[in-house]
Design a binder for this molecule. Structure first.
Ligand code: OAD
Length: 245
């Protein structure tokens, strides 16, 4: 059992504006790989520049398509864990609650979270690489990448790659919610990818209480007001119980 500091419990009981930023660690207990964990992280096995950039897609679209198709199947096969559900419970208790996620697996929505900003897109969606039209129906074949029904360009996953901009509306909404919040949680993220990583620091600069929940210390830990190191699927349900019973 975790002994949460009484000040944190009081802050949360009174809070009306809370922002939560999540990363791959939140889905780790759902069986999905993180990016930077030393042994099991995706970037320990693959090079991002081979798979997650526009240049990689231009060079070898089939390799990139297949890698995302494989990850899409893993995401579809995964279920939310207790950490995702604890965040739904938190949203139910707090009047202005914003969940900003870097995750593309869609598990927060499946769990029941509502006010979600998906900063890096959603791997379950596919769109045209040229005209941007979303595709619901495509034939996967062994040889080639499926093409857009409208303009015949290649389809791609609706995720943000390195060197690409984040969706403007989602980012603006994330920044506004961050500036206005009283408590900012950074959960299951290594906090090294911008601009998401800057949000916790922006919240702190505006006077918010910053709370980290992560398997291990991160560059944010020293600046956080409270830091809990362990599994989010264990810490978050305990925290929700400690605050709201
Ligand atoms: P990372 O893999 O960089 O970080 C995941 C963090 O979660 C690490 O600090 C782990 O220690 C921690 N962690 C692992 N298991 C956990 C658990 N059960 N409970 C709590 N924490 C746990 O993933 P992100 O920070 O999400 O971007 O990575 C940010 C972005 O980098 C991703 O969205 C992706 C990647 O490249 C794009 O693809 C654009």
């Amino acid at each position: 059992m975790i002994n949460f500091p009484p000040e944190l419990i009081t802050y949360l009981k009174k809070a009306t504006r809370v922002v939560v930023l999540t990363g791959a660690g939140v889905s780790q207990e759902s069986g999905l790989s993180t990016f930077r964990d030393a042994q099991s992280g995706l970037w320990a096995q693959y090079r991002p520049e081979d798979l997650a950039t526009p240049r990689a897609f231009a060079r070898d679209p089939k390799l990139v398509w297949d890698w995302y198709a494989h990850r899409r199947e893993s995401a579809k096969g995964a279920s939310p864990n207790l950490g995702h559900y604890a965040l739904v419970e938190m949203e139910n208790r707090i009047s202005e609650f914003t969940l900003i996620t870097q995750n593309v697996d869609g598990l927060h929505r499946i769990a029941g979270s509502k006010n979600i900003l998906e900063l890096h897109g959603n791997i379950l969606n596919v769109r045209c690489s040229e005209c941007g039209m979303f595709a619901d129906n495509w034939e996967d074949d062994l040889e080639s990448v499926p093409r857009c029904e409208k303009c015949n360009a290649l389809l791609r996953p609706d995720v943000v790659w390195f060197e690409e901009s984040l969706p403007r509306e989602q980012l603006d909404a994330a920044v506004s919610a961050t500036r206005a919040c009283q408590i900012f949680f950074s959960i299951g993220t290594s906090g090294v990818v911008q601009p998401a990583a800057a949000l916790a620091h922006a919240a702190k600069a505006e006077g918010a209480v910053v709370v980290e929940v992560n398997a291990e210390p991160t560059p944010l830990t020293a600046r956080a007001d409270f830091a809990f190191h362990g599994k989010s699927g264990e810490i978050l349900p305990e925290l929700v119980k400690a605050v709201w019973g």
